[in-house]
Every structure is written in structure tokens, then in C-alpha cells.
Design a protein around this ligand. Structure first.
Ligand SMILES: Nc1ncnc2c1ncn2[C@@H]1O[C@H](COP(=O)(O)OP(=O)(O)O)[C@@H](O)[C@H]1O
Ligand SMILES: [Mg+2]
Length: 313
């Protein structure tokens, strides 16, 4: 059996009345790259903040390499954090930033400089190492942020939405870096609200919402949750209530309503032959439909089934 490097058990955290984590449990294998997918407000940042030791007053336990993560300060030095809010000195250049953050760990100077050079090459900033960081693009800053998280050769890297607010090419580059880090044997958890990112990057995916894990597994295992069904996405100028009222009157022969929001709904059909009848049903009741797509089961459908809402909400 694969050895777990991280075991999170029943983590719960509230901010006053707001429950951010509710009995959140998750295991991570050594060398595994796990994508933690959840919409805004799911509790991703709260989780990463607890694991990084910056947030207290929670219940539950976290075991890292078989020991209580919070009992031994030394253990935290084996974890690298790439926070959602970027942290570095804008007036320093990339190398100086790495040396500064690396200086917080007892790394011999010569080794630290070598590590900084390696990391700048890994995140493709080698040629820009001597420019003040304030001149960097958003994507370059993100890459530097990742390098800083890796400066002390952590065994586990935690990244909180590392691809938010950067262009597509910069995103691809960050995902490449994550894959490379994983290939070198570092365990990785990265959070995102982008389905395509976890599909592309992770051997294992966990879906979370409202502070808890709803499903986890490989992409193929997750898609099996929806089963061999056709997924229909209906879009238009309708309210959630109007759509729900109309679809309730339709006999779909095993049709499943995955999600209904204003302007969009998702339905899964075990019997695809019912799809034309369903369309006719909607048209006859004058539901203003602008677009209708039929898709094979995918991660989006799993997400909709588990959370009842789409990631853009
Ligand atoms: N400092 C805070 N004070 C009060 N509520 C908070 C605070 N931080 C987060 N929350 C709430 O906790 C929930 C989880 O937030 P967060 O962990 O930031 O989710 P995510 O990172 O997945 O968007 C949300 O409902 C959010 O509004
Ligand atoms: Mg967040």
C-alpha cells in the first residue's frame, strides 16, 4: 500500500457563524500531485492556511510523515507554501527575493545560491533574475512565488489557486512546473476552481464544497459517478425556478437533474432517446432557450452532480 505523507482528519473551522471547513478529511500519498477543486468560498484557502500554520482555532488533526504536524515546529519546514496572495519584495530582484526567503531556513549560503539559480531556471526566470520584481508581469510574479515556495526543498508543496489572474500561457507554464515538481518526487496539493487544470495536471482529483470533500479519485473514477449518460446543457434567459417547474412535469425515464441555476441547467440522460422529447417539452412551454449542448460525461458533470452548482457561480 502506498505510504501517506499527509493525513488530514475531520478538520473543522468556523469564522463566527460561517462554517469554512466541516469535517474535512483527505490523505495524500508520497509523491502524489492532488488537485483540490472547489468553487469560491468552498474553504480552500482556509485549509491551506491551517496547514501552513497561519490559522488557528480549528478542530481535527493533521499528520505529516506520521507525526502531528502542529506539535513539532521542525515538520513545518518540510512544507512549502505558495499562498493565494503573492508574497515577496517588489523592490528586490528575483534572486534577492529567493535568497531572502531562503535565509529564513538554515541553508548554507553556497547551497542557497545554487538552489536559487536552479529554481529560477525551473520557473523560466533565469534571464530576468536581476530585474526588480515590480517590473514583472502577473505570470512572472506567480512563477517567482512558486520558486519561493520551493527554496528549502520541501517534501510537500501546497499551492493556493496558483493560476488565478494570469493569462492562458502563464497558466500552462505554472501547470508544467507543478508536473515537474511532482515528477521529482515532491508531493503536491494545489487548489483551483478551474476544471480543466485538474484534468490536465493531476493523477488524483478531490472535489470540495462547503468545507468538505464530496468525491475523490482519478478522472476516470470520478466520471463513473455520473455513469454512462449523456449530459445536456441548456442555456437561456430563464430563471432557476421557471426551469425547475417545467422540467418537473417531464417524464425523462431515468433523467437526472444535475444542476439548475438562473440561465443554465444540466440534465443527465440514461436513455438518450428521451432528449428530443425533453427539448420539445421545453419549447412547447415557451422556455426561452438560446443554446442546447449534448456532452459525454466529464468532470464538469461530476462536479455539477456533487455540488448542484456550476463553477462560475
Ligand atoms: N477571515 C474571515 N472571516 C470571516 N469569514 C471568512 C474569512 N475567511 C474566509 N471566510 C469565509 O469562509 C468560507 C471559506 O472561505 P475560503 O477558505 O477563503 O474559501 P475559498 O478559498 O475556497 O474561496 C467562505 O464562506 C468565506 O466567506
Ligand atoms: Mg481562496
Amino acid at each position: 500500500m502506498q505510504q501517506h505523507i499527509l493525513e488530514i482528519k475531520n478538520l473543522s473551522k468556523s469564522y463566527g457563524e460561517t462554517v469554512a471547513l466541516a469535517n474535512f478529511s483527505l490523505d495524500l500519498g508520497k509523491g502524489e500531485v492532488l488537485g483540490l477543486l472547489g468553487p469560491n468560498g468552498a474553504g480552500k484557502t482556509t485549509l491551506i492556511s491551517i496547514l501552513s500554520g497561519t490559522l488557528r482555532d480549528f478542530t481535527g488533526s493533521v499528520t505529516f510523515k506520521g507525526q502531528d504536524l502542529f506539535a513539532d515546529r521542525g515538520l513545518k519546514n518540510l512544507i512549502g507554501i505558495v499562498p493565494q496572495e503573492m508574497a515577496f519584495y517588489e523592490d528586490l530582484n528575483a534572486t534577492e527575493n529567493l535568497l531572502f526567503w531562503g535565509g529564513l531556513y538554515a541553508i548554507p549560503e553556497k547551497e542557497l545560491k545554487k538552489r536559487a539559480r536552479e529554481l529560477l531556471a525551473l520557473v523560466e526566470l533565469g534571464a530576468r533574475a536581476r530585474e526588480p520584481v515590480k517590473k514583472f508581469s502577473g505570470g512572472m510574479k506567480r512563477r517567482l512565488n512558486v520558486a519561493i515556495g520551493l527554496i528549502h526543498r520541501p517534501e510537500l508543496l501546497l499551492l493556493d489557486e496558483p493560476t488565478v489572474g494570469i493569462d492562458v500561457q502563464a497558466k500552462m507554464s505554472i501547470l508544467d512546473i507543478i508536473r515537474n515538481v511532482g515528477r521529482e518526487g515532491t508531493s503536491v496539493v494545489f487548489t483551483t476552481h478551474q476544471l480543466s487544470e485538474v484534468e490536465q495536471t493531476c493523477a488524483r482529483i478531490a472535489i470540495m464544497d462547503r468545507g468538505t470533500i464530496l468525491a475523490q479519485g482519478t478522472l476516470a473514477e470520478l466520471i463513473r459517478i455520473v455513469g454512462e449518460k449523456e449530459v445536456v446543457e441548456v442555456s437561456g434567459e430563464f430563471s432557476a425556478a421557471a426551469f425547475s417547474a417545467i422540467i418537473q412535469q417531464f417524464d425523462g425515464n431515468g433523467m437526472e437533474v444535475l444542476s439548475v441555476t438562473d440561465n443554465q441547467a444540466h440534465l443527465a440522460f440514461a436513455d438518450p432517446e428521451r432528449i428530443p422529447a425533453m427539448m420539445q417539452h421545453l419549447f412547447q412551454r415557451h422556455l426561452p432557450i438560446a443554446d442546447l449542448k449534448i456532452k459525454s460525461p466529464n468532470l464538469e458533470a461530476v462536479f455539477l452532480k456533487m455540488t448542484g452548482r456550476s463553477l462560475r457561480d
